[in-house]
Design a protein around this ligand. Structure first.
Ligand code: S3P
Length: 449
């Protein structure tokens, strides 16, 4: 089993305002896809701004194991010499995806239509997560999976020797499932179709088209229908990865709740399938502005400016917005704790099967910090403390979940008493520079004895 070594506890304290500029890392979703599609193109793809977090590096190693040539040129610049669609070779060892659900699910799709077997494993968090949601549709192509009970990792996927294309309506809103099916469809003859009831992040569709695949999206009675023509020749690309809105969420939200703060977070991608948190914060009354809005590489981009916002009010987050902010509910629940009134978050059953059960992880730590939280199978509700402030003064469990760890550290920067996270190690999966970046803004962190 992979892991990241001894637990690294970290304590956040209330201090002065957060000020300055926060250069957050490259987008995790786009980084995974850049490596995988680069490996499936013929020739050399050049990537700038790749997120060098553990999750993405694990995907890079997997591409090497499958026969691609993945090389770091320093400071986020990488090249991938791809083997072409259908050109992966059987890996010699088990593929370890560490903590990354996106990594393993996309990789399973990519190998499902190759005539060899691949065994996948991960850390304790990943090995507890559901994989049937991916192996079920991959069976339609002819792939067979043998895993532990409940279809969990470690799992061996025997790829289809003679793949057939698939048509699949995703039962849960999941960009990972959609992307796995599309990646499998690359090496199947004919048309692969995925239908999703709610739009999830569309990076795979955009990038597949960028690499030269024929992929169309249309509205149908069943939902958003994506059609991919199989067996394209993918053409190598030069990709500049935009900065991650899901990482930007942490300095932005910390600035909103720490008195006197004023933080600029430049160059953040505001693709509508990712920007739900910022919309929600603005509806709550956050002083959050989009400066110099522009279009870069076909994606809307802006510099986010967040200032301390003592007058935020709780709102009911529309369930239809969940997919566009699915990774941001943990940090939203922290902001909600400082707002006045109730923030309701319905339609979020998916939060229970992320790197941790995020509703339970956040509710437990927020309650220990003096905040009232109610929850059910697919909803939760935070009663904000408004001007009374959040007591804090507790140690919370990160549960191998980077976003839970970062959320509670942000809470500790604004709570009356310190907040300790039992293990900040998982933060390196998505945002390795979180601690120094936040310290540069003025955050006070200490390492407990
Ligand atoms: C991701 C999709 C989301 C998200 C994850 C990244 C992706 O998961 O939570 O962090 O890159 O496709 P689901 O597709 O399971 O909702």
């Amino acid at each position: 089993m992979s892991g990241h070594g001894a637990p690294q506890p970290l304590t956040a304290h209330r201090g002065g305002p957060l000020t300055g500029t926060a250069q957050v890392p490259g987008d995790k979703s786009i980084s995974h896809r850049a490596l995988i599609l680069g490996a499936m193109a013929v020739g050399e793809t050049k990537i700038a701004g790749l997120l060098e977090g553990r999750d993405v590096l694990d995907t890079g190693r997997a591409m090497t194991a499958l026969g691609a040539d993945v090389v770091s040129h320093g400071a986020g610049r990488w090249s991938v010499h791809g083997v072409g669609v259908g050109g992966f070779a059987e890996p010699e060892t088990v593929i370890d995806c560490g903590n990354s659900g996106t990594g393993v699910r996309l990789l399973m799709g990519a190998v499902a239509t190759h005539d060899f077997a691949t065994t996948f494993t991960g850390d304790a968090s990943l090995n507890g997560r559901p994989m049937g949601r991916v192996t079920d549709p991959l069976a339609l192509f002819g792939a067979r999976a043998v895993g532990r009970s409940g279809g969990r990792l470690p799992l061996t996927l025997v790829g289809a020797a003679s793949p057939v294309p698939a048509r699949y309506a995703t039962p849960v809103p999941s960009a990972q499932v959609k992307s796995a099916v599309l990646l499998a469809g690359l090496n199947a003859p004919g048309e692969t179709v995925v239908i999703e009831r709610e739009a999830t992040r569309d990076h795979s569709e955009r990038m597949l088209a960028g690499f030269g695949a024929t992929v169309t999206t249309e509205a149908s009675r069943e939902g958003r229908m994506i059609t991919l023509q199989g067996r394209p020749e993918l053409v190598p690309q030069e990709i500049t990865v935009p900065r991650d809105p899901s990482s930007a969420a942490f300095p932005v939200c910390a600035a909103l709740i720490v008195e006197g703060s004023d933080v600029l977070v430049p160059n953040i991608g505001l693709n509508p399938t990712r920007a739900g948190l910022f919309e929600t914060l603005r509806e709550m009354g956050a002083d959050l502005t989009y400066e110099s809005p522009r279009v870069e590489g076909g994606e809307p981009v802006a510099d986010l400016r967040a200032r301390f916002s003592p007058d935020m009010k709780g709102i009911e987050v529309p369930p239809g917005r969940a997919a566009s902010m699915i990774d941001e509910y943990p940090i939203l629940s922290v902001v909600a704790a400082f707002a006045e009134g109730v923030t309701g978050m319905p339609g979020v059953a998916e939060l229970r099967v992320k790197e941790s059960d995020r509703i339970d992880a956040m509710a437990t730590g927020l309650r220990a910090s003096g905040v009232t939280v109610e929850d059910g199978p697919d909803w939760w509700r935070v009663t904000g403390r408004g001007p009374a402030g959040v007591p804090g003064g507790t140690t919370v469990a990160a549960r191998l979940d980077h976003r839970v760890a970062m959320s509670f550290l942000c809470l500790g920067l604004a709570a009356r008493d310190r907040v300790t996270v039992d293990d900040a190690g998982p933060i390196a999966t998505s945002f390795p520079a979180f601690e120094p970046l936040m310290r540069d803004l003025g955050a006070r962190f200490t390492r407990p004895e």
